[in-house]
Write a protein that binds this ligand. Structure first.
Ligand SMILES: [Zn+2]
Length: 766
């Protein structure tokens, strides 16, 4: 089930986002402060979340249990049509923004859930670059504004404007309602009508999404983003090349743009990306298209040097011109088309297909099109494959990307301490405001601040709690799903087979034991997972390799994995290599896989450095966006071995070591390459490998034979396990990062309380 509303905004106060939070804070029938948090505790939902986009707000839920599904649907409908936000201003103050004054002598500040959330989001230069690009590429439309809320603008939103936004847009005449699944559709429609929709009259809702007229010529603009005070700003510019395209109604054109974005700008062998990388004037590039009424393509240059500014447009467009003239490599396009087909068949990573269909259908439905348009992709893909023999791809690039005047070049410069300075201004403004307040006003604000805190900390009444639907034990299925698993042996290795329906995609996972790897080599294991498939082999350079991999498979991934084995919680350490393919017979992918696992070369200094730099940028982004996760794992790494390993493989420790290695690359590159080679040779051998295969029953025998072909070409070596000692070493520490948000984590080792991990801890945590 899903309900969506068109919610175009006319400012960046984040009103659509704040409404999304507030409708979930109690309604006519469901009276607790946070019905959804209460619901989650006893629901079997497989999806439960609300999301604000740049032009819509959506409320999707999914469950496999009928009664649960009906409960969730009713809670959502009551929330969106009858929220308590009109009568209880505390909801707005809690979720949106408020003046905060703990006592009469304290400084006046702002607070609020969305306010704080967006301060975190805007700490990322990506988010700033994205927001600034939209603002300038679609200046006359709602897309010029940030629907999530620009932190320094959020406090301009008044309670009246907030309520007005809800009453204008949250009406059935402006709603799109979606049902999907094995259910009594007639019954559900009747319920929707009787319980909700029949209470409203049809009405004209003006929520039309404005269309941006094309520019008459390309524009060039600049903006600033903030780094922490004192941080080095050298070579940290962001450059964005973006174009706006036609209306989002032609599925074939949309898919074509996505395939071209992948093939020309994103993959390892993408010609524009390679041309930019060759210049050595930025640490990475990134390209994306956006789902909105008007399609757009944006290409980001990350951490660019000053000289990039005058060159990047010419490099991008000259490369495109050359491609138009000489023709785009059809293997590249085919590989990207394959990748898109995997993504569409797999549901783009959503475990609940219906949710994806809901979101996809809105790509045309929201703008007045047929909801099913975007779901009819099989035919469009077939047509695109056929059109590979024509010059329609080159013409698309010529018309839409090169000759298109609706184009923007954005130069985003870092300024150290920019946000600190803004925060100082905000504090000064607030101090001034406070100075003008009378004693009575101050006392009143202190009282309101305390009241809100008290309200937040007061448990819901028994009556309110009773309004939340709950599942009883009798509503639960007592049988657990039991996916088939057949185990067999193949020399010294184990094969697991899972014959189930998989939309004609075949999945293999090779798990290599690393119990014989020394503790000191953990860092190289992590680096290997970064480099494999992205460096040359004896037979292919990395560009050819990337194209070959995506022609034959839906991608091959390499991940170090840690598990705890009962009963003594012994730490298991493995490298997992996963691949998916549409070709069960194997074509040449088994040989390709063996080539990557046996014949990868670690001698291209420039390439290794380039990949490490890209990862460093990604890590910096992750640390600023998920500081809580990094802090948590950093803390746990002091308490147990498996968390320590996780920290060394992917946490702050890994990040710091990577950063150091990049800084001292010249001195250390020789030993780095030797260590990589040594760990690589030790990692991918037969013996104690677990091969896990998932596909339909019919394809299994052929797929198994193909997967074993790859394994059979690896040597079988003896592995001597090494014992890793670990000593607890609790520590209090602080780490400084460029972010508007701070994260604090405190933790304990529960074994100290003479207990072992079990389900009760999850219950307590909830
Ligand atoms: Zn939010």
């Amino acid at each position: 089930f899903g309900v969506a509303f068109r919610t175009p905004q006319n400012n960046s106060t984040g009103v659509p986002h704040i409404i999304e939070h507030c409708v979930l804070s109690g309604s006519r029938k469901y009276k607790t402060k946070e019905p959804f948090m209460n619901l989650v505790q006893s629901s079997l939902a497989t999806f439960l979340n609300a999301m604000t986009f740049s032009d819509k707000t959506i409320y999707p839920v999914a469950s496999r249990n009928d009664k649960d599904f009906r409960n969730l649907m009713d809670v959502y409908l009551d929330a969106v049509f009858y929220p308590n936000l009109y009568t209880d201003e505390r909801i707005f103050r809690q979720e949106g923004w408020r003046y905060q004054l703990e006592d009469a002598d304290a400084p006046l500040t702002y607070s609020g859930v969305v306010y704080n959330e967006m301060r975190g989001a805007f700490s990322s230069p990506f988010q700033v670059a994205y927001s600034e690009t939209n603002q300038r590429l679609f200046p006359d439309t709602h897309y010029a504004y940030n629907s999530g809320g620009e932190p320094y603008t959020i406090p301009e939103l008044s309670f009246e404007e907030f309520k007005d936004f809800h009453s204008r847009f949250y009406h059935p005449s402006n709603a799109k309602i979606f049902l999907y699944g094995d259910m009594d559709i007639e019954g559900q429609l009747k319920y929707l009508n009787d319980e909700y929709l029949s209470a409203f009259d049809a009405r004209e809702v003006d929520s039309e999404i404005a269309f941006q007229e094309a520019f008459s010529e390309p524009r060039e603009e600049s903006a600033l983003y903030s780094l922490a005070g004192g941080e080095d700003v050298t070579d940290k510019d962001y450059l964005v090349w973006s174009v706006a395209l036609n209306k989002y109604s032609d599925l074939k054109a949309n898919l074509m743009l996505e395939v071209l974005t992948d093939a020309l700008f994103s993959t390892q062998s993408a010609p524009v990306r390679l041309a930019l990388q060759q210049q050595d004037f930025c640490s990475d590039t990134n390209a994306f298209t956006d789902e909105k009424m008007q399609n757009m393509l944006a290409v980001f240059l990350i951490n660019a040097k000053p000289e990039a500014k005058t060159k990047y447009q010419a490099i991008i467009e000259d490369t495109l011109r050359k491609l138009v003239k000489e023709g785009i490599d059809r293997d590249h396009l085919t590989a990207s088309l394959n990748r898109m087909e995997y993504s569409l068949r797999e549901g783009g990573g959503y475990t609940t297909m219906g949710i994806l269909y809901f979101i996809k259908s809105l790509d045309s439905w929201l703008y007045g099109g047929d909801p099913l348009d975007q779901l009819r992709y099989t035919e469009a893909l077939a047509e695109l494959r056929e059109s590979l023999s024509t010059d329609s791809w080159e013409r698309f690039v010529e018309e839409k990307l090169i000759a298109n005047p609706h184009k923007l070049l954005l130069h985003l410069q870092p300024q150290a301490g920019l946000n600190e300075a803004k925060d100082q201004q905000v504090l000064a403004k607030l101090a001034e405001r406070k100075a003008q307040m009378s004693t009575a006003e101050i006392d009143d604000l202190v009282r309101r601040t305390r009241e809100l805190a008290e309200w937040q900390n007061t448990e819901d009444s028994a009556e309110a709690k009773a309004s939340i639907p709950r599942l009883g034990i009798a509503d639960l299925e007592t049988e657990l799903p039991d996916p088939p698993c057949l185990t067999s042996e193949e020399e010294d290795d184990i094969v697991l087979e899972h014959p189930i329906f998989t939309s004609q995609i075949h999945y293999a996972r090779y798990s290599f034991p690393l119990q014989h790897i020394a503790k000191e080599d953990l860092f190289y294991v992590s680096l290997l997972s970064l480099l494999l498939g992205s460096v040359d082999t004896d037979h292919h350079d990395y560009k050819q390799l990337s194209t070959a991999v995506f022609l034959e498979t839906g991608g091959i991934n390499y991940n170090p994995a840690i598990a705890l084995k009962e009963p003594d919680e012994k730490v298991l350490f493995r490298m997992e290599v996963t691949l998916k393919t549409l070709d069960a017979q194997g074509g040449t992918w088994p040989e390709l896989l063996t080539e990557i696992l046996r014949l990868s070369r670690f001698d291209d200094d420039k390439r290794i450095l380039e990949l490490m730099r890209m990862q460093l940028v990604g890590k910096e982004h992750d640390i600023s966006q998920q500081g809580d996760n990094f802090a948590r794992n950093r803390l746990l790494s002091r308490l147990n071995l498996s968390s320590w390993m996780q920290e060394e493989l992917a946490g702050v420790s890994y990040y710091l070591r990577l950063k150091q290695l990049i800084a001292d690359f010249e001195e250390n590159k020789q030993s780095l390459k030797e260590n990589l080679k040594r760990v690589y040779n030790a990692a991918f051998n037969r013996g104690e490998v677990i091969l896990s295969l998932t596909t339909d029953e019919e394809s299994m025998p052929t797929f198994r034979a193909a997967a074993l072909r790859a394994l059979s070409q690896l040597p079988n070596t003896e592995k001597v396990p090494v014992e890793w000692n670990f000593e607890e070493d609790p520590l209090n520490e602080g780490i400084q990062v460029s972010s508007n948000v701070q994260y604090v984590v405190k933790g304990f080792d529960f074994e100290k309380f003479k207990t072992v991990y079990d389900g009760r801890m999850n219950v307590l945590a909830a």
